[in-house]
Design a protein around this ligand. Structure first.
Ligand code: HEC
Ligand code: HEC
Length: 303
């Protein structure tokens, strides 16, 4: 692989570029002879269809001058902007520099707006229609791919519009979830409850906890096995927000409430991750998102 950072390449490319431009100018000059007064119409000698001949007239002046102007423009451009090998151009312009200055300008305009909202508590921000719009736009940019455009989630991705929370739904906890991310981990539990038929029996017990369809005999046999689960899901199966362990007694399911899905959780465990957004978005945007998410199940109109 050639080393394209070698200065020789830069010089080579610069020379090719300059020679091409100069050659264009020379070619145009060569072709730009004026028609002498009284000169006959010149043809190239090519004739088609008997009488259709190709003329060899001088280039129109306006076209020629336009062409010279573009060549001058190219040279001026190559002096001012990067383009000639690795020469950076006398203006020092870079794509990165332009991007950064645009971001800076936008931030300077928007930061005071964020600061204003940062000074307000979450219910106040959630009640502000403009803040809600901003929060919604942020949500549509950063959160929809997992939680859905209506924030109702899908299998494995929690619904954020109900009042059922894995980790907790007060403003501080929601902020924590968004800024630092969450990892919900349930280890495979089949061995801990004796494997075999026990898995199905404990699963029927879990379904009974929420009043879902279940086999009462198997559920009864699974009652003791559930002791292995209470450390995380609580003695009554109501979950533990400190671990992100879901409440198993409601009918809100992260992975569906089918017997197969419950057995799958027990057999294989679950590992589920919400990525952290604090560093990417900064306090101002996290605050708006917190208010937006909180508002979905609190003051904001339900959708
Ligand atoms: C890559 C997928 C993904 C993206 C993107 C994502 N989330 Fe999540 N989010 C998850 C998962 C998965 C969980 C559940 C974690 C668990 O099981 O403990 C979660 C959990 C949450 C929770 C906690 C819910 C509860 O019940 O306690 C909140 C709040 C949340 N997300 C908000 C957001 C917001 C706001 C955004 C956009 C900035 C976002 N999420 C972007 C996947 C995602
Ligand atoms: C070490 C803690 C821990 C133990 C022990 C544990 N779980 Fe879990 N369980 C979790 C966590 C955390 C989740 C959520 C995983 C996620 O975020 O995806 C979960 C999820 C589940 C789910 C999915 C719930 C839904 O809404 O879809 C079921 C069902 C379940 N557990 C049943 C059990 C049963 C039955 C046992 C005992 C055999 C058990 N768990 C033991 C922590 C635990």
């Amino acid at each position: 692989m050639a080393d394209f950072t070698h200065p020789g390449w830069s010089i080579y490319i610069a020379v090719v570029t300059l020679v091409s431009i100069i050659a264009c100018v020379l070619l145009a000059m060569l072709m730009s002879r004026k028609r002498k007064p009284g000169e006959k119409i010149d043809t190239t000698g090519h004739v088609w269809d008997g009488d259709l001949s190709e003329l060899n007239n001088p280039l129109p002046r306006w076209w020629l001058y336009l062409f010279y102007i573009t060549c001058v423009f190219a040279l001026v451009y190559l002096v001012l902007y990067p383009g000639l090998g690795s020469f950076k151009g006398v203006l020092g312009w870079t794509q990165v520099g332009q991007y950064e200055s645009e971001v800076e300008r936008t931030n300077a305009r928007i930061d005071p707006l964020f600061d204003g909202y940062l000074a307000q508590d979450i219910p106040a921000v959630a009640a502000d229609p403009r803040a809600r719009d901003m929060g919604e736009r942020l949500f549509l940019t950063y959160c929809v791919q997992c939680h859905g455009s209506d924030a109702r989630g899908s299998r494995g991705f929690p619904n954020l519009t109900d009042r059922d929370w894995l980790w907790g739904g007060d403003p501080d906890t929601i902020r924590e979830s968004i800024a630092n991310g969450r990892t919900g981990i349930m280890p495979p539990m089949a061995a801990a409850i004796g494997g075999g038929a026990n898995v199905e029996q404990v699963a029927h017990h879990v379904l009974r906890l929420s009043g879902s369809a279940h086999d009462p005999v198997k559920a009864e046999l699974g009652r003791d096995g559930f002791d292995a689960c209470t450390a995380c899901h609580g003695a009554e199966g109501k979950g533990n927000p400190l671990l992100g362990a879901p409440n198993l007694t409601d009918r809100t399911w992260l992975y569906s409430g089918s017997l197969a899905a419950v057995m799958d959780s027990i057999n294989n465990g679950r590992t589920n991750q919400m990525p952290p957004f604090g560093d990417l978005l900064g306090d101002g945007k996290i605050h708006l998102l917190t208010a937006y998410v909180w508002g979905l199940s609190n003051t904001a109109p339900r959708r």
